[in-house]
Design a protein around this ligand. Structure first.
Ligand SMILES: Nc1ncnc2c1ncn2[C@@H]1O[C@H](COP(=O)(O)OP(=O)(O)OP(=O)(O)O)[C@@H](O)[C@H]1O
Ligand SMILES: [Mg+2]
Length: 600
């Protein structure tokens, strides 16, 4: 029974050639993937000196007969695809018939293998690509591949290897990725004979994710689940209170193959939009299962790149699925997050007519006008907190959201501190709320809802404002005119590089519009090519919300604070401002007791 065959030459040429073996971790990856393809249920990885002196991978998979074992070390020998059609519907990890011969050519490789239907196993030794010996040997069913002295015959490449710590972390990250993709397989990883990782056989994907990402993520993961015709997306995304400075904990699988794709990473950021600070990366495990004819995995020799035939669709579905995971209640969030929500919006200890803080300046001035939205900017609001008209009256009533993060009780406002933070007490402890960030979030979501319903209505300016721009800026602005009208901003050229602003969104005043417009142009200059139109519109909304929102160092009276918290409750994401900064910090009773050393 010969299962390993030589690929037709044309076919083999269609397969991306190139370097498979860059470093010890690439050897580990190739050998482990072979074990997975051989249907192993337990795989053991052992390395010595970060894999530079020894890498050993053993499995309990189907094994190889003597003939097949000999064939497996020849270039383009693979048991996995036979025809051109197969190449486009690759469902195994390996398909090029390249890994073993490549590894064998730059190391001292020994393979011991035995299939179930044979009593004896085969041992093959190859040094630097040359077969040294072939013999029969008693062996358990399965395969063991030992790679010694990697790059012994290519000193230049050996020199490129990094420190043991770096190489080990590459190996460890690689194993983590593969283990996540295969929760039904047991993995053990030893370095210098000591056990580093042990991922048991019985893991569910949830458990494997916790085992791989660390227990800190348990109770802090949202489940991702989405399916549409020929495309399914699943996995877990970690709440943004745990982040990294790189994409190292983003694990992406396409048809169970670990991949890296910048477009997918951008789609993930899009999904987390407004929840992450700049430069921070989420922790995430994402599986994309897509019809085999909709994806090409044969783009790069290491097989980590993929090409989707309709990438916009896939990216859109990914960001949508992640975004959705934040707006539906999650069953598995641990009890320590402030998740309980009360719809009652008037805290018991608070009476709207009896402000807890005396306002220093109670006349409708600047401070009050910045609180306005959905109304002409000079009209003070929040005077009477319970009047429905103060809260975006022109918006159609939406179904109440089921927000994800809430106070455990209606908060009791204690007061404003430093003119910037609202201090309140709730069941989960002491709350400090950044008034600007909170208001920004509220205005942003209100604008977003408006835009979702239809283009925003502009409000004509009685005295149109003019703006002077540079040549470059005016070119950009000209191209933006149609898109700006979606936001209710009407701009016309006025000769040369001068433009006249004729109408603006109703929440913005004419004076405010100028700096916002300049910022929009600036942003477009630097980012428009990278973001989709929706992304660009969103950026514009964020800019407007930021301008409109109550500033730090502005006094707020009790009723204003009260209404701000009330509105925040109805937001989809009440925990982060649209830039991803936190809106509130909580100090539990426990935190305070620790601070005062009442408990240790
Ligand atoms: N652990 C293993 N158990 C059983 N068969 C194996 C094992 N490792 C390799 N083989 C056999 O050897 C063949 C060659 O392996 P190799 O890794 O070189 O190529 P591949 O996996 O087919 O493709 P790729 O180069 O993309 O990895 C495989 O097709 C498989 O039949
Ligand atoms: Mg392989």
């Amino acid at each position: 029974m010969t299962t390993v065959r030589i690929l037709p030459e044309i076919l083999s040429n269609q397969i991306a050639a190139g370097e498979v073996v860059e470093r010890p971790s690439s050897v580990v990856k190739e050998l482990v993937e072979n074990s997975i393809d051989a249907k192993a249920s337990a795989i053991t990885i052992e390395v010595e000196k970060s894999g530079k002196s020894l890498i050993r991978v053993s499995d309990d998979g189907i094994g190889l007969s003597r003939d097949d074992a000999l064939l497996s070390i020849e270039r383009y020998a693979t048991s996995k695809i036979f025809t051109k059609e197969d190449l486009f519907s690759i469902s195994t990890m390996g398909f090029r018939g390249e890994a073993l011969p490549s590894i064998a050519s730059v190391s001292k490789l020994t393979m011991v293998t035995r299939p179930k239907d044979r009593d004896t196993g085969t041992r093959i030794e190859i040094f630097g690509g040359k077969v040294r010996s072939v013999s029969d040997i008693g062996a358990p069913v399965g395969t063991l591949v030992e790679v010694k002295d990697l790059f012994f015959n290519t000193p230049a490449r050996k020199k490129f290897l990094k420190s043991d710590t770096t190489e080990i972390s590459h190996i460890s990250d690689g194993i983590a990725g593969i283990a996540l993709g295969n929760p039904d397989i047991r993995f053990r990883f030893f370095s210098n004979k000591s056990l580093q990782k042990n991922f048991p056989l019985s893991d569910s994907l949830f458990q494997r994710t916790v085992n791989v990402l660390g227990t800190e993520v348990s109770g802090k993961m949202n489940e991702i689940s989405h399916s549409e015709d020929g495309l399914a997306i699943s996995g877990y995304c970690v709440l943004p209170d745990i982040v990294r400075n790189s994409a190292s904990k983003i694990f992406l699988f396409v048809n169970r193959r670990l991949v890296y794709d910048r477009g997918l990473i951008s789609a993930i950021f899009q999904g987390y939009r407004g929840r992450l600070m700049k430069g921070r990366y989420p922790l995430l495990v994402l599986f994309i299962d897509i019809a085999f004819d909709q994806v090409d995995v044969n783009v790069h020799p290491t097989k980590r790149e993929v090409r989707f035939f309709n990438h916009q669709r896939v990216y859109g579905a990914v960001s949508g699925a992640i975004g959705k995971s934040f707006s539906i209640p999650q069953k598995d969030i641990s009890g320590d997050s402030p998740l309980k929500f009360s719809q009652s919006s008037v805290p018991p200890a608070f009476h709207p007519d009896r402000p807890v803080l005396i306002r220093e300046n109670d006349s409708p001035g600047v401070e009050q006008s910045v609180m306005t939205w959905g109304k002409p900017a000079d009209m003070p609001v929040y005077k009477k907190p319970d009047r429905a008209g103060t809260r975006m009256p022109e918006l159609p009533k939406e179904k109440p959201h089921t927000p994800v993060m809430f106070y455990s009780d209606p908060p009791r406002i204690i007061g404003q501190v430093m003119g910037t933070y609202i201090l309140a007490e709730s069941g989960s402890g002491l709350l400090l709320i950044d008034q600007h960030a909170a208001h920004e979030r509220i205005v942003y979501e209100a604008l977003k809802k408006k835009l979702k319903i239809s283009n925003m209505a502009g409000q004509s300016l009685l005295i149109p404002e003019t703006v002077e721009l540079t040549h470059r800026e005016s070119d950009i602005l000209l191209s933006l005119i149609p898109d700006l009208s979606i936001l209710g901003i009407e701009v016309e050229p006025f000769g040369g590089t001068t433009f006249v602003i004729k109408s603006i969104p109703s929440i913005i005043s004419g004076k405010e519009m100028k700096p916002i417009l300049t910022k929009i142009i600036e942003k477009t200059l630097t980012e428009k090519d990278e973001s989709s139109k929706d992304g660009w519109l969103d950026e514009c909304l964020i800019l407007m919300a930021c301008h409109r929102a109550v500033r730090a160092n502005s006094r707020m009276n009790a009723a204003e604070m009260q209404n701000l918290l009330k509105d925040l409750e109805t937001c989809d994401n009440p925990m982060h401002c649209p830039h991803g900064r936190p809106i509130m910090v909580t100090m539990s009773k426990n935190d305070l007791e620790k601070l005062f050393k009442r408990i240790v």
